[in-house]
Design a protein around this ligand. Structure first.
Ligand code: NDP
Length: 330
């Protein structure tokens, strides 16, 4: 028997992406579990994998997809049985292990999480790793600052997957959100998901040459790294915080110590990949309950595509012509 999967092949240094029929996995052993994937989603890392980024995926042919939600088909793990509803994100899924852009995955049982009641596979993959990461950023800000209601919070890379879920969630929690986005044509979209203000990243570049500047925000969620993050730190209120989760603009931060020693600003690192299953489960549970995003936010945020449309979407992802969240229905 076969199943359908996206496959990226390396041909003379170029990377070709298509949908192929793959042979079924061998019977799972050594604690592995086979999952029928109902929904997956597209993330920045999938686009890097499809583009041949060896920091993400070393060997091709390869099936990307760092997200999957579905039902256990077969299990050699004592913890899982056929029919269990599960979510798989992080670890090596979609990197050097064939990923969720396929009708089936086979992975170590330790990578699986039970899907919480109140969050079906479709809702879980509307969020995906991007949503999980946005949730982890919000949770870190809450731990540091307490209630976020009424706080002025900036979100960079605002129209992307992490940024857009962060905006919708912060808005639902009562924060005054400023979306910092390079896409002026997406400002209507950003306002529709809850941004009160939209500004261009050039607003941050104004602080390039200044050691510090007048505080404008209580907190921020940064998906960009690089100079935008360094400049953001200069305009955070005393005792404020910045959750840092991404590197879309760069991996190095050229910052002085002034934001930290003159204003007590906290830089909070966020990882969604290797954190404990308990922390992931806690965030999914929140999205199933008190953080459930309303239908109006989802109707603006979410695009659903089929597996056949994935190669085209992955090719456009890094050109920054995709906004919000892309869910893939298997
Ligand atoms: P997306 O591609 O969906 O969004 C990234 C956004 O950043 C774009 O939409 C664009 O927003 C902006 N952007 C992209 N390239 C540049 C650039 N060169 N310079 C400035 N802005 C740019 O990615 P995700 O939202 O999925 O991920 C965002 C970041 O978070 C990535 O770096 C990703 O690797 C990281 N990440 C980290 C995780 C973790 O565990 N720490 C988990 C998930 C993601 P706009 O046009 O609106 O400015």
């Amino acid at each position: 028997m076969t199943f359908k999967a996206v496959q990226v092949r390396e041909e003379q240094g170029a990377y070709q992406c298509s949908v192929v029929d793959k042979d079924d996995f061998a019977q799972p052993g050594n604690g592995e579990v086979r999952v029928a994937v109902e929904y997956s989603s597209l993330n920045y890392k999938d686009a890097l994998s499809a583009a041949g980024n060896k920091g993400v995926t070393r060997n091709y042919p390869h099936t990307p997809g760092i997200d999957a939600a579905g039902t256990v088909l077969a299990s050699s793990s004592d913890n899982w049985k056929a029919g269990d509803r599960v979510i798989v994100t992080g670890y090596d899924l979609g990197m050097n292990t064939d990923g969720g852009l396929a009708e089936q995955i086979q992975v170590p049982g330790a990578w699986l999480l039970a899907a919480p009641d109140g969050l079906d596979s479709a809702e879980a993959m509307a969020l995906g790793t991007a949503g999980l990461t946005a949730g982890l950023c919000v949770e870190k800000l809450q731990r540091q600052l307490g209630e976020l209601s009424g706080l002025k919070i900036a979100v960079t890379g605002a129209s992307g997957g992490v940024g857009s879920v962060a905006i919708a969630l912060l808005n639902q929690l009562g924060a005054e959100v400023t979306a910092i986005s390079g896409k002026a044509q997406q400002y209507d979209f950003l306002q529709s998901i809850g941004a009160q203000h939209c500004v261009a990243p050039s607003m941050l570049a104004e602080f390039d040459k200044k050691p510090m500047s007048k505080p404008l925000f209580d907190a921020a969620i940064d998906t960009l790294g690089g100079d935008p993050l360094a400049n953001l730190l200069k305009i955070i209120q005393p005792e404020g915080a910045v959750a840092c989760c991404g590197l879309a603009a760069g991996v190095n931060i050229n910052s002085s110590v002034f934001p930290f020693i003159l204003r007590g600003v906290c830089l909070l690192g966020v990882d969604s990949v290797e954190i404990s299953q308990q922390r992931k489960a806690d965030i999914w549970q929140r999205f199933a309950e008190q953080w459930k995003l309303d239908d109006a936010a989802w109707s603006a945020l979410l695009t659903e595509i089929t597996l056949d449309e994935v190669p085209d979407y992955l090719a456009r992802f890094l050109e920054v012509s995709v906004s919000g969240r892309i869910r893939v229905k298997l």
